[in-house]
Design a protein around this ligand. Structure first.
Ligand SMILES: N[C@@H](CC(=O)O)C(=O)NCC(=O)O
Length: 710
C-alpha cells in the first residue's frame, strides 16, 4: 500500500503516533483497572471474594483475546484495520463502564444508592467484555505494527523503539494509577453526592478516544503490510496432520521417526515442521509460567484490598489504597535501566552466565518473596483488627452517663469506671449487673453476634439504655461516628459534611461516616453553641459523649469524651513497599526477559504466535487465582499469601529443571541452513530433471512444482 514515508533522526515519523497511541491506551486500561476492584466492592456491593474473582476473570479475558486479534489481523483485516475497529469496540466498553457507575440513573428514591443494581451490573459486565475484546485484540497488533514500520537495516532503531514502547506502557500506567484513584475519591452526583467512579472510568474512556484519534491521524504515514494468511491456522493444521498420521501408523511395522512432528513430512514443508518444533519447545517451557502471573496480578486485587485496611498518611499527603499500585510502574521505570546497565553487566563481570531462563527463575523466586512480605504485613494488620463477636457470643461496653465513677458488678467481677473502652465478651444470652451503692440490680439480655453499649443513667434507678454498635470496620477508610447526649436538654450536632440531627436528652445519634482528617463538630443547644475538633485516621469508630456537666462556650472541648469503639488503621501503607519492590524486581527479571526470550527463540514467521502464547500464560495465571482461592478457602488472608508463595516456589523448582535441559537456538541460522539445503536440493533436482527431459523429450510440470516446493 502507498504511504508517505517521513524520517526524524533516523526513525520513521509514523512510530510517534504508535507510541502516543500506546501511552493513551495503557493509561485507559490501567486507569480503569486500578479502581475496578473497589468499584465492585463499594459500588456494586460485592464481597471481597466475588470482587477478586470477577477482577481476575476480566484480566484473564484481556489476555485470551490477543489470539483472536492476531488471527483477525493476520488472516483477514491486517493490523491497521484490526487496531481501528477493535479500538472503537474498546472505547464503547469504557463509555459503558463510565455510564454504569452513575448511581443517579437508578436512584429513584434519591438516597445515594442505586435502586436497580441489575442495570449497573449488566452494563458494567457488557462494558468489561468489550474492553477485554478491544485491549486484548489490539495488544499483539500494536507492537508488531510498530515493528513493521522499520526496514531490515534499522535493527538498532527497532530495539530502541521497543524499549521506548515499554517505558510508554509504564508511563501511561503510572499517570493513570495516580489520577483515577483521585477522581474516584471525589464526590459527585445529581441528587446525592457519592464517590465518583463514573469520572474515574470516564477519563480512561476519553483517553481511549484520544488514542484512537491519534492513531487515525498517523494513517497516511504507516507502512501497512497486507495480511499474510493465518500462520496459526497452518500450524494447527500441520500439528493435527502429524497426530493423525502418527495414529494411522501406530503399528510396530512402521519405523519410528525422530520426533512426532516428523509424521507431518508427507504433506508439509520440512522448514515449517522445523519451525513448529522450535515453537513447541518454547511452549512446553511456558507450562509452569502462569503461576508467576497468578501472584503478579494480585497486586490489583488482594493487595489493593489489603491497602484499604492500612494507614495512608504520608506526611500531609494522603495516598488512596488503589494508588499504591503506582509503586510498580515507578519501580519499573527505575529498575529496567539499572538492571540493564548495572546489575546484568556486573553479574557478567563476575563470570556468571546469567542466561534468560536463569533470570526468569530468579524472577519467580522474587515474586514468591513478595508474597511472603505480603503475608507478614497481613499478620501485622490482623493484630490491629478488632475481635468481633462470633455468632454465639455477645459483646458489651459500659458508658456511665453520671459524673461520678460507679462500681459495677457483672457476675462476680467488679469494675470501677466512668466508661469502659474495651468490649467485654459473653457467651451467655443474659447477664446480671449491679451498679453503685446501694446496689441497683438489672438483668440484661444481650444480642448474639452483636456489639452493644449499655448507657448507665445519671440516676441509676432511671431506665437503662442499650445501643447497637458497629460490628465491622467502616469501609473505604471512613470513620463511623456517633454522639451520646448525657445532658438534660436536646443537643444538635453538625459538621459541614453531615448533620447528626437533634439528639434528645439521654439518647444517642445514628452513626455517620466521616473522612480522614481534622473535623470540627458544632454542638447547639438553643442559642448556645460549642465547637469540638478532632483528627481522624482511617477505618475507626468513635462514640462521643456529651456529659451532663457540659458548659457551652470556648472550653467545651475538654468536657467531651471519646470512646474508641474501633481503632483506626495503624499499619502504614509504606509497609507494602517491600512487597512491591520484590514483585517488580521479579517482573523485570521474568517478564521483560521472557518477552525477549520468546522473541529470540521464535522462528521468523511465528514471532506473533509465540507472543500470543506468552500472553496466554497471563490469562491462565489469572484463572489459577480463581481456582486456588476458591478451592483453598483459607480463613486467614496471610495463609492464602503463604499458599501462593509456596506454590510458586514448587513451580519454580520444576521450571528450573525444565530450563536446565533447554538448549538455546538461533532460529535465523536454522532457517538459513534449511533454505541452503533446499537450494542445493533444487540444484540437484534441476540436474536430474534436465537428464530426464533429455531422455523423455518433455518436462513433467507436476514434478517440477513439487521439487520447487520441497
Ligand atoms: N509493569 C506493567 C504495568 C503495570 O502493571 O502498571 C507492564 O509493564 N505491563 C506490560 C503491559 O503490556 O501492560
Amino acid at each position: 500500500t502507498s504511504f508517505i514515508f517521513k524520517e526524524v533522526c533516523g526513525y520513521p515519523l509514523s512510530i510517534f503516533f504508535i507510541v502516543v497511541n500506546e501511552f493513551c491506551e495503557r493509561f485507559s486500561y490501567y486507569g480503569m483497572r486500578a479502581v475496578l476492584v473497589l468499584y465492585f466492592k463499594y459500588f456494586l456491593r460485592w464481597d471481597d471474594d466475588l470482587a477478586t474473582s470477577i477482577y481476575h476473570t476480566f484480566v484473564a479475558l484481556c489476555y485470551l483475546t490477543p489470539i483472536l486479534g492476531a488471527i483477525v489481523a493476520d488472516s483477514w483485516l491486517g493490523k491497521f484495520k484490526t487496531i481501528i475497529y477493535l479500538s472503537i469496540v474498546y472505547a464503547i466498553g469504557q463509555v459503558a463502564m463510565a455510564v454504569s457507575a452513575i448511581h443517579d440513573i437508578t436512584d429513584t428514591d434519591r438516597d445515594g444508592t442505586p435502586d436497580n443494581m441489575t442495570f449497573h451490573v449488566v452494563l458494567s459486565m457488557v462494558g468489561l467484555f468489550l474492553i477485554a475484546l478491544g485491549t486484548g485484540g489490539i495488544k499483539p497488533c500494536v507492537a508488531a505494527f510498530g515493528g513493521d514500520q522499520f526496514s531490515d537495516h534499522q535493527d538498532r532503531q527497532r530495539r530502541t523503539f521497543f524499549s521506548v514502547f515499554y517505558l510508554c506502557i509504564n508511563g501511561g500506567s503510572l499517570l493513570s494509577t495516580i489520577i483515577t484513584p483521585i477522581l474516584r475519591a471525589q464526590d459527585c452526583g445529581i441528587h446525592s453526592q457519592q464517590k465518583c467512579y463514573s469520572l474515574a472510568f470516564g477519563v480512561p474512556a476519553a483517553l481511549m478516544l484520544v488514542a484512537l484519534v491519534v492513531f487515525i491521524v498517523g494513517s497516511g504515514m504507516y507502512y501497512k503490510a497486507e495480511p499474510q494468511g493465518n500462520i496459526m491456522l497452518d500450524v494447527c493444521k500441520c500439528i493435527g496432520f502429524a497426530i493423525k498420521n502418527r495414529y494411522r501408523h501406530r503399528s510396530n511395522q512402521y519405523p519410528k521417526r525422530q520426533h512426532w512432528m516428523d509424521w507431518a513430512e508427507e504433506k508439509y514443508d520440512k522448514l515449517l515442521i522445523a519451525q513448529i518444533k522450535m515453537v513447541l519447545k518454547v511452549l512446553f517451557l511456558y507450562i509452569p509460567l502462569p503461576m508467576f502471573w497468578t501472584l503478579f496480578d494480585q497486586k490489583g486485587s488482594r493487595w489493593t484490598l489489603q491497602a484499604t485496611t492500612m494507614n495512608g498518611y504520608f506526611g500531609s499527603l494522603v495516598i488512596q489504597p488503589d494508588q499504591m499500585q503506582t509503586v510498580n510502574p515507578i519501580l519499573i521505570l527505575t529498575l529496567v535501566p539499572i538492571m540493564d546497565s548495572v546489575i546484568y553487566p556486573l553479574i557478567n563481570k563476575c563470570g556468571l552466565n546469567f542466561t534468560p531462563l536463569k533470570r526468569m527463575t530468579v524472577g519467580m523466586l522474587l515474586a514468591a518473596i513478595a508474597f511472603v512480605c505480603a503475608a507478614l504485613v497481613q499478620i501485622e494488620i490482623d493484630k490491629t483488627l478488632p475481635t468481633f463477636p462470633s455468632t454465639s457470643q455477645s459483646q458489651l461496653k459500659l458508658l456511665n452517663m453520671g459524673s461520678e465513677t460507679v462500681t459495677i458488678k457483672i457476675f462476680n467481677d467488679f469494675f470501677v469506671l466512668q466508661a469502659s473502652n474495651e468490649y467485654f465478651t459473653f457467651e451467655a444470652g443474659q447477664i446480671n449487673i449491679s451498679v453503685g451503692h446501694p446496689e441497683v440490680r438489672n438483668t440484661i439480655s444481650l444480642a448474639k453476634g452483636q456489639r452493644q453499649t449499655l448507657l448507665i443513667p445519671l440516676t441509676i434507678t432511671d431506665e437503662w439504655l442499650m445501643t447497637d454498635d458497629i460490628t465491622s470496620k467502616p469501609q473505604e477508610g471512613n470513620n463511623a461516628i456517633r454522639f451520646v447526649n448525657g445532658m438534660k436538654t436536646a443537643v444538635n450536632v453538625s459538621i459541614p459534611a453531615a448533620n447528626f440531627g437533634l439528639i434528645e436528652p439521654f439518647s444517642y445519634s445514628n452513626y455517620s461516616l466521616i473522612k480522614n482528617g481534622k473535623v470540627t463538630f458544632t454542638l447547639w443547644s438553643g442559642s448556645q453553641s460549642c465547637e469540638y475538633s478532632t483528627d481522624f485516621g482511617f477505618g475507626s469508630s468513635y462514640t462521643f459523649f456529651i456529659p451532663s456537666t457540659l458548659v457551652f462556650g470556648p472550653n467545651c472541648q475538654e468536657s467531651i469524651t471519646a470512646a474508641e469503639d474501633i481503632k483506626p488503621n495503624s499499619v502504614h501503607m509504606a509497609l507494602q513497599i517491600p512487597q512491591y519492590f520484590f514483585i517488580t524486581a521479579g517482573e523485570v527479571m521474568f517478564s521483560v526477559t521472557g518477552l525477549e526470550f520468546s522473541y529470540s527463540q521464535a522462528p521468523s514467521n511465528m514471532k506473533a504466535v509465540l507472543q500470543a502464547g506468552w500472553l496466554f500464560t497471563v490469562a491462565i495465571g489469572n484463572f489459577i487465582v480463581l481456582i486456588v482461592a476458591e478451592l483453598a478457602k483459607l480463613p486467614k488472608q496471610w495463609a492464602e499469601y503463604v499458599l501462593f508463595a509456596s506454590l510458586l516456589v514448587a513451580v519454580c523448582f520444576i521450571f528450573s529443571i525444565m530450563a536446565y535441559f533447554y538448549t538455546y537456538i538461533d532460529p535465523a541460522e536454522i532457517e538459513a541452513q534449511f533454505k541452503k539445503n533446499v537450494n542445493e536440493d533444487d540444484e540437484d533436482n534441476k540436474h536430474k530433471l534436465q537428464k530426464t527431459e533429455r531422455s523423455n523429450g518433455k518436462i513433467n510440470v507436476t514434478k517440477l512444482s513439487y521439487y520447487n516446493m520441497a
